[in-house]
Design a protein around this ligand. Structure first.
Ligand code: GTP
Ligand code: MG
Length: 479
């Protein structure tokens, strides 16, 4: 028996960026050939993509840890590291992505709709890319950044035009099997169907999908008999069909009270289910008692405003009328529905202001700097390399972090933390700016390069200026 899995928790980890390489070109008679360390490769993303041939989340239930590959480090000779490969996870149509708090991150509807669940880390720049006219021979490179990692929740909400709802064994699966080419499991014991089945029905010019939802019982909206999970699948269907059993052997049931029970569950579930256009099917009229009962309850149901169809899934009677009536309801709904609704996708808004940063002083006197860029730059820094640390200081300075710290009252030797409480780099503040906000010096200067420059060198310097500008630009790009 298949397990019913339509909600899984998934741990996704994107690939880390490869580290940049610090290397100096060496050739005979040219001991200082210039920096030639390549950039690290980007880490692979974890991407969720709708694949209509996938119908359950079962696979992720069995192996909930998924990781994309890391980028490779850069190498000497200006060789860039290989990029990590994206990990593409196929999910069923109608998969909702949530964070652990239950916020919707994305709603994946329609073949090919994708969502980057975890973004790969950037590769670190090698020292060749970090060289500029002013910093000709950097003796350091940037570290690759760690890829995003975290837990997400996937929830499947079947997407279909019509949902068949009703008690277990009312004949929902039988009905979908004779109306479409779907071949669901059919048996005369309750809860035979454990995952929604989808069938495609063609009626005249209208083609629509029908979902056979597992049986509902009283209390379903409170979670009885997996009811909540099943009702979730009804949520996205625009038309509902009550499948009522006219030949049940249970003495306390009849079509009208069955209908009342299911209606109450729909109302209690909420989400607008009670407002969906709906009609009633009285099934199993091939059974003589069933036909009599159907005739008896029909006026009652019609008095409640329902269109009633008497059918037999086994004898295949009354199906054509039913499928055309549904086509009409579906077409009506499609005409009213805005077109773009089908592929709506919600992307998690980035909480941090990409361009800025904040400086706050905490109770114990520690100054805390928060911001996308300062935090990223810290992650890119190899703290074992003084030059790399100096480069970080320059970047922070250029962004205005030092002057903000000064404004906030920080003095030499005060503790400064960059990053969130659980993952910050803390150091003693040593400002590199004077009162006039003049920079004291640049890192990576090599005075051996200060001799008169031949044309080739001048060209290289101009290129380095441009690279420097490119690097500045890179700094402005929001992550
Ligand atoms: N005589 C008769 N039996 C039917 C008819 N439709 C379904 N059945 C029988 O009723 C039983 C249950 O049918 P299913 O189609 O599995 O019912 P279901 O509503 O999908 O049940 P769950 O998946 O458990 O919710 C099976 O033994 C079917 O053969 C019908 O029109 N006439
Ligand atoms: Mg069934």
């Amino acid at each position: 028996m298949t397990t019913f899995v339509d909600r899984v928790e998934l741990h996704v980890a994107a690939g880390n960026g490869g580290h940049g390489c610090a290397s100096v070109h060496r050739e005979k008679f040219k001991p200082l050939g210039g920096p030639d360390g390549g950039n690290g490769g980007r880490g692979g993303d974890v991407i969720l993509t709708v694949d209509q041939s996938v119908t359950t989340l079962l696979e992720y239930h069995h192996s909930p840890h998924r990781k994309a590959t890391n980028g490779k480090p850069g190498e000497g000779g200006n060789r860039s590291g290989k990029e990590g490969e994206d990990l593409v996870l196929a999910v069923p149509d109608g998969t909702v992505v949530l964070d652990k708090q239950g916020n919707v991150l994305a709603d994946l509807v329609g073949e090919g709709t994708s969502f980057v669940a975890a973004q790969g880390g950037r590769g670190g720049l090698g020292n060749a890319a970090l060289a500029s006219a002013r910093r000709k021979a950097p003796g350091f490179a940037l570290l690759g950044e760690p890829g995003d990692a975290g837990d997400i929740v996937l929830e499947l909400k079947t997407v279909a035009d019509v949902a068949l709802v009703g008690y277990p064994s009312a004949g929902k699966s039988s009905l979908i099997s004779v109306m479409s080419a779907a071949k669901p499991k059919i048996a005369d014991y309750p809860f035979t169907t454990l995952v929604p089945n989808l069938g495609v029905v063609t009626a005249g010019a209208t083609v629509y999908t029908v979902a056979d939802v597992p049986g509902l019982i009283p209390g379903a909206s409170q979670g009885k008999g997996l009811g909540l999970e099943f009702l979730r699948h009804v949520e996205r269907c625009s038309v509902l069909v009550h499948v009522l059993d006219t030949a049940t052997l249970e003495s306390d049931r009849d079509p009208v009270s069955d209908l009342d029970v299911i209606e109450e569950e729909l109302r209690n579930y909420g989400g607008g289910l009670e407002k969906r256009p709906r009609l009633v099917v009285l099934n199993k009229i091939d059974v003589p008692d069933g036909r009599d009962l159907a005739e008896m309850v029909r006026p009652d149901l019609e008095a409640r405003g329902y269109r009633v169809f008497e059918v037999s899934a086994v004898a295949r009677t009354g199906l054509k009328e039913l499928s055309f009536a549904l086509a009409e309801l579906v077409a009506g709904h499609r005409a009213r529905k805005p077109k773009d609704e089908a592929t709506r996708i919600v992307i998690r808004p980035k909480a941090v202001d990409d361009a800025g940063f904040t400086v706050t002083q905490e109770e114990d006197g520690l100054f805390r700097v928060r911001g996308e860029k300062p935090e990223r730059w810290v992650r890119q820094t190899d703290f074992n390399n003084d030059e790399a640390v100096g480069f970080l200081a320059d970047r922070l300075n250029r962004l205005g972090v030092e002057s903000e710290l000064m404004k906030a009252g920080a003095r030499v030797g005060d503790g400064v933390a960059i990053g969130p409480e659980d993952n910050a780099v803390v150091f003693d503040w040593e400002p590199t700016v004077t009162a006039g906000a003049e920079m004291l010096g640049r890192r990576g200067e090599d005075h051996r390069f200060e001799a008169p420059r031949p044309a080739a060198q001048r060209r290289r310097d101009r290129q380095a200026e441009r690279d420097d500008a490119a690097q500045e630009f890179e700094d402005f790009e929001p992550f």
